[in-house]
Design a protein around this ligand. Structure first.
Ligand SMILES: [Zn+2]
Ligand SMILES: [Zn+2]
Length: 750
């Protein structure tokens, strides 16, 4: 009976699924090696936990992130046995992004958000930083539900990796708009199934998730459909604000639910967690309705020429302003950048779209519309070079060509770290003539994260027994902790990712010590995971991140080493003529051979490099010499692996001596026949290798006796071949709609 029902459900899901699943995903292949790091050590292993000092301490710079151990097997200081309420952050503390945490009572947990972080080393080919999903896989039996506060990438971006780590029956809860985004992502990775485990929640609704009685509270933020969450259980009440600001006059009329927070504050809150992003900013954020008014004024003030705005694609509220400006000025709206359409379509499905996607001017028709009647909305506010605005800035977008009478409205914030890239783009735009509005006084952007006065208001409103700052850099968390104390919340602490905090409700408001009943229960050694944008997922070791960095900064040398077990001159080669020709052509090789003690190896090397200064090939000649000499001490018949080791260390030494660099060295040794025709072929091959070895270095400097330089004028072309130029913004080219990929940091942290 049950089985049949399930079968039917699955069948329907498949039949009704019109979404095109990307070919690269079968629901598992994108996981790479992320889920292989499982060991089934039971948790929590509290038998080992001692008693004593209960001061939580911040974990320095992700200790143990790179090493693999069992969960919570570290016991820094003393631990208490247990606490009825637990919080274990897997990411998001001491960093911006990758929000993901476990909230539990007794030994049952729910997962709160599953976000990703964008890497610092994007140029090394890493696109996403993910929480330790292998840890979640180990805990899959304890994780009874997933709760999503809102649809920003730092809250849902890791779901394609997190969902496969959990039990297939674990439900996922999110609001309607957020669920549209999740559904799209899940279908893309072939993880939606029949959709029955994905549950849409309403604001104010009470529902059961794992051990908790849940309640979602509407908060305002820079994407629609955001909630804070109230977790109620027998042991107490936990409140997590989610990402929030207080917008007193939201453009969609959906207000921050003060009443509900006030109610739970009066009920009593055992532990509260709140967004620390803007704790350093005094005052209050401004309302989105003021941004809308500024947009209208700017657009009305530009009589002749197009308006081009750029914004975070997920900021649906900002589109209310664009719509108002379009209506007031009689302009039409066009989107350039696929992710804008993605978010707007999700909004339409949820019934909260400020603009009907069907009424947009198609991007291909922009050039046919009277410039005075058009507003173009673009992605790429962070200067991402794949996004349309950067392409347009450097003349590489076939959809958008900037004109001198365009007005660019920068309706976003430069995310810290992106300033140089954004300014490069802005310079390029300015050089093409458009006027740019991006001053603070232009009033074109408002943050989605509460400023200090708002943080104060909510702390006082909830007046929790214990407070834990979340969502922010470590310095922000510490500042937020201080702010909480100023607000009269005396029991507050800061923890790092992987540290499990235990909380016990205060009895009659009484507690011991300044931390109240906050206790550190243990430390999970988490491994940060990475994804390369394709199938490659796993630890930094799996993705060879250190190696990528080393090769980028130190370079790489590849040596092809042909070894001969006996000195060349002693070899019985049927072709005597060719043999002497070979000797004449490469005196160095002969010299080397003749110096070799009888019975030892000799070798011929081909050398090439990448990402290195080669001194026009001279360094490579030295390296070749060192490589060939390195085997002289080895006896005939030496193992090739020993040959490779010996040669590699000689090459490293020579490279360091010549250039001061420590390149990666790859030596591939093989036994040669000694045929001189081989030698000639190898030399020819060298001249086309990407290392760009010029003739003077190849011949004049080769070998121990190499002394003669050819005059520079006679040098061959030293331009490296087969080496693609570095990717620069100028090389970005339009390709059909572009920006279709989820561009970096386009969705968060305004
Ligand atoms: Zn957010
Ligand atoms: Zn966030």
């Amino acid at each position: 009976m049950t089985g049949r029902g399930r079968g039917r459900g699955r069948g329907r899901g498949r039949g009704g699924n019109k979404f095109k699943i990307r070919e690269s995903s079968d629901g598992k292949s994108h996981l790479g090696t992320t889920l292989r790091y499982q060991d089934n050590k039971p948790f929590p292993d509290q038998a080992k936990a001692g008693k004593g000092d209960t001061s939580p301490a911040y974990a320095d710079a992700g200790p143990g992130m790179d090493s693999l151990t069992s969960p919570l097997d570290e016991s820094p200081g003393g631990l208490i046995d247990d606490a009825p309420i637990k919080f274990l952050p897997l990411g998001g503390l001491g960093e911006i992004g990758m929000n993901c945490a476990l909230v539990g009572t007794e030994n049952r947990y729910v997962l709160l958000d599953a976000g990703l972080m964008f890497p610092d080393h994007e140029e090394l080919g890493i696109q996403k930083v993910l929480p330790d999903v292998s840890f979640l896989a180990r805990w899959r039996d304890k994780v009874e539900a997933v709760l999503i506060t809102h649809g920003h990438e730092d809250h849902i971006g890791a779901l394609p990796w997190v969902i496969p780590a959990l039990d297939p029956s674990t439900p996922i809860y999110a609001g309607l708009f957020t669920m549209q985004l999740i559904q799209r992502r899940m279908k893309e990775f072939n993880l939606w199934g029949d959709g029955s485990r994905f549950k849409v929640i309403d604001m104010g609704e009470r529902f059961r998730a794992g051990p908790f009685e849940m309640e979602a509270v509407r908060v305002t933020h820079s994407i629609p459909d955001c909630c804070g969450l109230i977790f109620r259980c027998a042991a107490g009440t936990v409140v997590h604000t989610g990402d929030w600001k207080i917008d007193e006059n939201p453009v969609d009329g959906l207000n921050f639910d003060r009443a509900q927070f006030e109610r739970v504050g009066k009920e009593g809150v055992t532990l509260m967690m709140s967004d620390s992003t803007n704790v350093l900013s005094p005052g209050r954020t401004i309302s989105e309705s003021l941004i809308r008014d500024s947009l209208v004024q700017k657009v009305l003030g530009h009589k002749s020429g197009r308006i081009i705005t750029t914004q975070f694609a997920s900021n649906i509220h900002r589109l209310y302003g664009v719509k108002a400006a379009a209506d007031a000025s009689g302009r039409k709206i066009a989107f350039v950048g696929m992710s804008l359409t993605t978010y707007l379509e999700a909004a339409k499905k949820a019934g909260i779209h400020p603009i009907d996607p069907d009424e947009l001017v198609p991007a291909e028709e922009i050039e046919n519309v009277n410039p005075n009647e058009l507003i173009v909305v673009t992605t790429g506010s962070q200067g991402e070079d794949r996004a349309q605005l950067a392409r347009a800035a450097f003349g590489g977008s076939h959809l958008l060509t900037l004109q001198p009478d365009d007005l660019l409205l920068y309706s976003a914030k430069m995310i810290p770290g992106n300033e140089k890239r954004v300014m490069r783009m802005m310079n390029a735009i300015a050089a093409r003539g458009p006027q740019i509005a991006m001053k603070r006084e232009d009033g074109l952007h408002s943050s989605g994260h509460a400023y200090r006065d708002e943080l104060t208001e909510i702390l006082k409103m909830l007046n929790p027994e214990h407070f834990l700052p979340v969502h922010g850099e470590y310095a922000f968390l510490k500042e937020h902790e201080l702010l909480a104390r100023e607000c009269g919340v005396s029991h507050s602490t800061v923890i790092g990712n992987g540290q499990m905090l235990g909380v016990t409700p205060l009895r009659n408001g009484k507690s011991h010590g300044t931390l109240g009943n906050l206790h550190l229960l243990g430390q999970a050694r988490l491994q940060t995971m990475f994804n390369d944008g394709g199938k490659g997922s796993g630890t930094s070791e799996d993705l060879a991140i250190e190696e990528r960095m080393r090769i980028a900064t130190e370079g790489i040398i590849v040596v092809d080493l042909e070894v001969f077990d006996a000195p060349l001159v002693k070899q019985t080669d049927p072709d005597d003529g060719a043999s002497s020709e070979s000797a004449a052509e490469t005196p160095a090789a002969t010299a080397t051979t003749q110096k070799s003690p009888k019975g030892n190896l000799t070798a011929r090397a081909r050398v090439t490099s990448r990402s290195m200064w080669t001194d026009e090939g001279r360094m490579l000649a030295k390296i070749r010499d060192a490589a060939e000499r390195s085997v002289e001490s080895l006896g005939s018949g030496a193992r090739l692996s020993a040959v490779e080791r010996t040669c590699a260390s000689a090459v490293r030494f020579a490279a360091r001596g010549y250039s001061g660099k420590r390149p990666d060295v790859i030596v591939v040794a093989h036994r040669g026949s000694g045929s001189p025709s081989d030698k000639a072929r190898l030399d020819n091959a060298m001249s086309t290798a990407g290392g760009g070895v010029p003739d003077d270095a190849k011949r004049g400097m080769t070998g121990a006796s190499g002394t003669k330089y050819r005059p520079r004028a006679a040098r061959r072309d030293t331009t490296p071949r087969n080496v693609r130029p570095l990717r620069g913004p100028g090389s970005a080219r339009g390709d059909g709609g572009g920006g279709a990929r989820h561009t970096r940091r386009d969705t968060e942290y305004q």
